[in-house]
Design a protein around this ligand. Structure first.
Ligand code: S3P
Length: 178
């Protein structure tokens, strides 16, 4: 059994912050696929997009996900577009308990406008991009996740506690079945 907790969700939904919180509280080390990609490529994500293009980034993203297949006992935070490929969606579910962090487009816009390290939103109308991408991605997040959490009216601590409780329940009932 793979007892990882995997965080998926759109850019700016708090995956890294919640991931750090979960790591501290659950006592599981945190892995961030975006950081692994930057390490692999030796440069920041905006540079990968600018120099090699999005498809090349997606290829490295899939390779990175595959490299985690044997991991157990980790919190895994992922990039917002990782659910785009069917192959990735299957890999994510094989890794463990998949939690989808959900936020309103206005909240996403507020959180992502604090810096410009997300190449997909560095354009004239990031709000439209967010809405367009959400339309395509929402069903994919829904299909992939075991649990979805609306984060808009919750504190990071409340989200963390909710995930811990449901992950314990999930792993507990899974153990009973084995
Ligand atoms: C992306 C999200 C980013 C990063 C890359 C592409 C996306 O990660 O992987 O810029 O397609 O949504 P975050 O969700 O951590 O910002």
């Amino acid at each position: 059994m793979q007892r990882n907790i995997i965080l998926i969700g759109f850019m700016g939904t708090g995956k890294s912050t919640i991931g750090r919180n979960l790591s501290r509280t659950f006592g599981y080390p945190l892995i961030d696929t975006d950081h692994l990609i930057e390490e692999r490529e030796g440069c920041p994500i905006p540079e990968i997009f600018a120099e090699k293009g999005e498809e090349a980034f997606r290829d490295v993203e899939t390779e990175t996900l595959k490299s985690l297949a044997k991991h157990s006992g980790h919190i895994i935070a992922t990039g917002g577009g990782i659910i785009g490929r069917e192959e990735n969606r299957a890999l994510l579910r094989e890794l463990g308990y998949v939690v989808w962090l959900i936020a309103k487009p206005s909240e996403i816009l507020k959180r992502t406008s604090r810096n410009n390290n997300r190449p997909l939103l560095n354009n004239e109308d990031p709000e439209k991009t967010i809405r367009d991408l959400l339309e395509v991605r929402t069903p994919l997040y829904r299909d992939t996740a075991h649990l979805g959490i609306e984060t808009d009216n919750l504190s990071f601590d409340e989200v963390t506690t909710g995930i811990i409780e449901s992950a314990r329940y999930h792993f507990g009932s899974q153990a009973e079945q084995e």
